[in-house]
Design a protein. Structure first.
Length: 217
């Protein structure tokens, strides 16, 4: 099984590349970490990466300023080649060019260029990692849109039942809200009443609470 390659794109350590790291590994400001960053906004031991079967799992170690993966704050996250990790003033890329290209190709059914060069209306969601148009590194927002998360495997019957209950709860609440929406084809808009909007916010709040429970058991 290949090791983990991490390249520092921005920050005081910009340009450093750490090849074939063997999980478990830690990244932080203090000596003794697998990667030590010269960044005062990075915690002494900021996050760790460990392997769970064939997956890489990032865990924030109660850092002061938090950890973002592809722009999203996270406590617990499955890492994939091409993901960007932001801590403090430092930005890091996971994987080699070849590994990132393989991920993009898998999403596109073998056509690595389709995601990498497709545009998106909101430029704030995009991040160009370099100016090389032949680079296999894709727009992050498009990677997230084209690659839905996988369901966990090796679940016990009880765990599978619990997961189904959670997904069914969210699906049923969203279905009722969708059914209650008013659609105006002429104006090209969809309207939700205030009560339905508050229910949607409640679903979002429930999901946030579930995520925190899983990430911080």
């Amino acid at each position: 099984m290949t090791g983990v390659t991490i390249k520092v794109l921005h920050g005081a350590d910009r340009g450093k590349v750490f090849h074939d790291l063997s999980p478990p590994l830690t990244i932080g400001r203090e000596e003794g970490n697998s990667i030590q960053l010269n960044d005062e906004r990075v915690s002494r031991c900021h996050f760790k990466v460990q392997r769970d079967n064939d997956r890489l799992v990032l865990t924030d170690l109660d850092s002061t300023n938090g950890t973002k993966v592809n722009g999203e704050e996270c406590q617990l996250k499955i890492l994939r080649h091409g993901d960007l990790i932001a801590i403090g003033r430092s930005l890091m890329l996971v994987g080699t060019e070849e590994q990132i290209a393989a991920r993009v190709a898998a999403i596109n059914g073998g056509n690595a260029g389709a995601v990498a060069h497709e545009g998106a209306p909101d430029s704030s969601l995009l991040l160009h990692l370099d100016n090389d148009q032949n680079s296999p590194r894709p727009h992050l927002s498009l990677l997230a849109a084209f690659e839905p998360p996988e369901l966990p495997d090796r679940l016990s019957p009880g765990q599978a039942a619990q997961l189904c209950e959670i997904l069914e709860f969210v699906q049923s609440r969203l279905h009722r809200l969708i059914e209650s929406a008013t659609i105006d084809d002429g104006e090209g808009c969809v309207t939700l009443g205030l009560g339905q909007w508050q229910q949607l916010l409640e679903v979002q709040s429930r999901l946030c609470s579930l995520i925190r429970q899983v990430a911080e058991p």
